[in-house]
Write a protein of this length. Structure first.
Length: 443
C-alpha cells in the first residue's frame, strides 16, 4: 500500500483567480485584436448576404457541438480538484479517461446528427444546396476540435499560461488566412476551411500539452476502470448530466436567436444580427473567461476552506464582475455604432440598434458570471439547470412575440431572458450560501 501523498499547499483564492484571469486575458486580448481585423476582412469581403451564409453555417455548427458534445472540462475541474490536491495520479487518470471517452462519444454522435440534418432534411429545412456538403464538413471539424478534456486538465492543474499560448493559435491563424483569402479572392468555403483548420490545429496542441502536463495520469493503464471511477467520484453522473443540459441550454441562448433571425427574417438580416452579436459576444466571452478562471479556485476553496472564506471569495468575485458588466455596457452603447461601421462598412450601421439590447443582455451575463461556478462547486448544479430552463422558456416566448420587430426585437428578447437569468440566479445563489452558512454554524 502506497503512503498517502502530501496535499498541496492551500491556494490563495482571489489572487489565483486574478493570476489565472491575467493569463487568459493576455491570450484573449491578443485574440481580440486579431479578431477585429479578420472580422472586418470577413464582413467586408463577403458582403452582407454571404456573411449571413457564413454566420448561419458557423452558428449551426456551434449549436450541434453543444447538443452532441460534453463540457467535460467542468467535470474534470469539479472532481479532479481533490486528486490534484492529494497528488492521487491513478484517481485523476481514471477521471481523465472517463471524460475523454465521453468527448469521443459526443463527437461521433454529433457527426451523425450533422449528416442527418444536412443530407436527410436539407430540403425540408430549405438549406442552400451550394452549402450542404460544406456545412456538414465544417460541423464535423468543429465537433472534433471542441473536445474539452485537455483544457480541463490544463485548468485544474492551474497552467493557464499553457492554455494562453495554445488558444493564440486560432486568432493568429485566422488573421493570416484572412489576409491570404482577401488576396486570392474571398468565398464562404475558403473562410470555413481556414476556421476549421486552425481550430483542429489548436485542439491537437491542447491534447499534446495535456498529455505532457499529466503523463502519469494520462497513461492507458487507467482506462476502463469505470466502476472505480464512479465509486471515487460520488455524484459525478448527476453532475455530468446537469452540466451537459446546462451547456446545451446555454448554446440555445447563444445560437438560437441568430438561427431564428435567419429562419424568420432571411440571410441578410442574419448577417446584420451576427455582426452586432459578435461585438456583444466579446462581453459574453469575457464572462466565459472569468468562469474558467473562477471554477478551479471555487472547487478547491470549497474543499479546503471554511464556509465563510468561500462565501467571501464568491462575494468579492461577484462585485468585480458586476462592475465590469456596467463598464462594458457603457462602452458598447457609446462605441457600438462606430465599431460596426469600421468593421463592416456602412451596410452594417443599422446593426447599432440591435447592439443595444444585446449589450444589455451581455452585461447581465457578465454580472452573473460567478453564480454557476458557485453552484457547481457546492454540489447544487441542478439549481443552475432549473434557472437556465426558466431563461430559455422566457427567450423562446419573447422571440416569438418580438420577432415581428425584426433583428432588434430578437435582441430585446435576449436581453429579457438574460435579465431573468441574472435575478433568478442571484436569489438562488444567496439562498444556497445562507444555507451553507447555517450548516457550518450548526456543525
Amino acid at each position: 500500500m502506497q503512503p498517502p501523498q502530501e496535499p498541496a499547499q492551500r491556494r490563495d483564492g482571489l489572487s489565483n483567480i486574478l493570476r489565472n484571469l491575467a493569463w487568459i486575458l493576455g491570450g484573449k486580448g491578443f485574440g481580440a485584436v486579431c479578431s477585429f481585423f479578420y472580422l472586418a476582412i470577413l464582413a467586408r469581403s463577403l458582403g452582407l448576404k454571404d456573411f449571413g451564409h457564413f454566420s448561419l453555417i458557423f452558428g449551426t455548427a456551434q449549436a450541434l457541438v453543444a447538443v452532441a458534445g460534453f463540457q467535460t472540462w467542468q467535470t474534470l475541474v469539479r472532481f479532479g480538484a481533490q486528486p490534484v490536491l492529494e497528488n492521487d495520479q491513478p484517481r485523476f487518470g481514471r477521471l481523465i479517461w472517463f471524460c475523454t471517452s465521453a468527448d469521443i462519444l459526443g463527437a461521433v454522435t454529433g457527426c451523425m446528427i450533422a449528416a442527418l440534418l444536412y443530407f436527410g432534411f436539407a430540403e425540408i429545412l430549405e438549406l442552400n444546396p451550394e452549402f450542404t456538403t460544406m456545412g456538414f464538413l465544417f460541423a464535423c471539424a468543429l465537433m472534433w476540435s471542441r473536445l474539452t478534456t485537455p483544457s480541463g486538465i490544463v485548468r485544474v492543474l492551474g497552467r493557464f499560461d499553457v492554455g494562453m499560448y495554445i488558444e493564440a493559435i486560432i486568432p493568429t491563424g485566422r488573421l493570416i488566412a484572412s489576409g491570404i483569402i482577401l488576396w486570392t479572392g474571398a468565398s464562404v468555403g475558403k473562410f470555413l476551411f481556414a476556421w476549421a483548420f486552425f481550430d483542429l490545429l489548436s485542439a491537437a496542441c491542447y491534447w499534446i500539452a495535456a498529455s505532457r502536463l499529466a503523463p502519469e495520469a494520462f497513461h492507458r493503464k487507467h482506462f476502463g476502470h469505470w466502476q472505480a471511477m464512479f465509486a471515487e467520484n460520488e455524484g459525478v453522473r448527476g453532475f455530468f448530466g446537469v452540466t451537459y443540459m446546462a451547456t446545451s441550454l446555454d448554446a440555445a441562448v447563444r445560437q438560437g436567436p441568430l438561427l431564428a433571425v435567419g429562419l424568420f427574417l432571411g440571410t441578410s438580416a442574419a448577417g446584420l444580427y451576427r455582426l452586432a452579436d459578435q461585438l456583444a459576444q466579446g462581453v459574453k466571452q469575457f464572462a466565459v473567461l472569468i468562469a474558467r478562471a473562477v471554477l478551479p479556485e471555487f472547487a478547491i476553496a470549497q474543499m479546503a476552506d471554511e464556509s465563510h472564506r468561500f462565501e467571501t471569495l464568491v462575494r468579492r468575485v461577484t462585485r468585480i464582475a458586476a462592475l465590469a458588466g456596467v463598464v462594458v455596457l457603457l462602452a458598447a452603447l457609446f462605441l457600438g455604432e462606430p465599431l460596426l461601421v469600421l468593421i463592416g462598412g456602412d451596410d452594417y450601421a443599422r446593426g447599432a440598434v440591435v447592439l443595444v439590447p444585446l449589450a444589455v443582455g451581455a452585461a447581465f451575463e457578465l454580472a452573473s458570471v460567478s453564480y454557476e461556478p458557485t453552484l457547481y462547486s457546492t454540489g447544487y448544479a441542478g439549481h443552475a439547470l432549473r434557472v437556465r430552463l426558466l431563461a430559455i422558456a422566457v427567450l423562446v416566448i419573447a422571440i416569438l412575440g418580438f420577432v415581428s420587430f425584426g433583428p432588434v426585437g430578437v435582441g430585446w428578447a435576449v436581453a429579457l431572458a438574460m435579465s431573468v437569468f441574472y435575478f433568478a440566479m442571484s436569489v438562488t445563489v444567496w439562498m444556497i450560501l445562507r444555507q451553507l452558512r447555517r450548516k457550518a454554524a450548526a456543525a
